[in-house]
Design a protein around this ligand. Structure first.
Ligand code: SAH
Length: 202
């Protein structure tokens, strides 16, 4: 996985490569998916959701470009795998998942894999996690149609946000947003396909 899927495609951050090497991805998929855990693609995790392709996890982690000790907010915990990779890179990870059953399963997966320090909660990612803001980095693993303003507000000045943006059922664009004292700068990276970021009911 590391050589063929990541290094050959340009992932070069030693911290990302080490974390992807160490985190047991098979512990974040159901037992019937285990033999598929390290293949080059996303996998179903139930409730119509997926664990992202290893390359996408690595690319987004590398794009965040944060030092150890940084505080990161993830929207879309899913299986907990992306959160575990960031935690393995010694980041302080806060992760929000809309579907309670997935948040519960992710918490179990993280404990079993030795990442019980990751903080997971059920909630609507559009609201962010104001009690713990501001964050050095914010990563979205579900695609909103527009960049959520509340999340920009919860990013530190100098902080980075990485997210897919696009209309439902359309190809999306992975974007990097950097917040500075003068405003935000945005860069388009690659075309991607993530599950949509759903609006919570309250
Ligand atoms: N990062 C995950 C991949 C998650 S797929 C992993 O490593 O496995 C995207 C997740 O975003 C899904 O679990 C979906 O339920 C969740 N999601 C969708 N809309 C959301 C919202 N508004 N707030 C929080 N999570 C949301």
């Amino acid at each position: 996985m590391i050589d063929e899927q990541l290094i050959k495609r340009g992932i070069s951050s030693p911290a990302v490569l080490k974390a992807m090497d160490v985190v047991p991805r098979h512990l974040f998929v159901s037992t019937d998916q285990r033999t598929m855990a390290y293949v080059d693609g996303p996998l179903p995790i139930g409730h119509g959701q997926t664990i992202s392709q290893p390359y996408m996890v690595a690319l987004m982690s590398q794009t965040l470009n944060l030092d150890a000790g940084s505080r990161v907010l993830e929207i879309g915990t899913g299986s907990g795998y992306q959160a575990a990779v960031l935690a393995e890179m010694d980041m302080e990870v806060y992760s929000i998942e809309l579907i309670p059953e997935l948040a519960e399963q992710a918490t179990k997966n993280l404990e079993l894999a030795g990442f019980s320090k990751v903080k997971v909660r059920t909630g609507d990612g559009y609201k962010g996690w104001p009690e713990e803001a501001p964050f050095d980095g914010i990563i979205l693993t579900a695609a909103p149609e527009q960049i959520p303003q509340k999340l920009i507000e919860q990013l530190k000045s100098g902080g980075t946000m990485v997210l897919p943006v696009g209309a439902i059922n359309q190809v999306q664009t992975l974007k990097k947003l950097t917040k500075t004292a003068d405003g935000v700068t945005k860069t388009d990276l690659v075309k991607v396909r993530f599950v949509p970021m759903v609006r919570g009911k309250n």
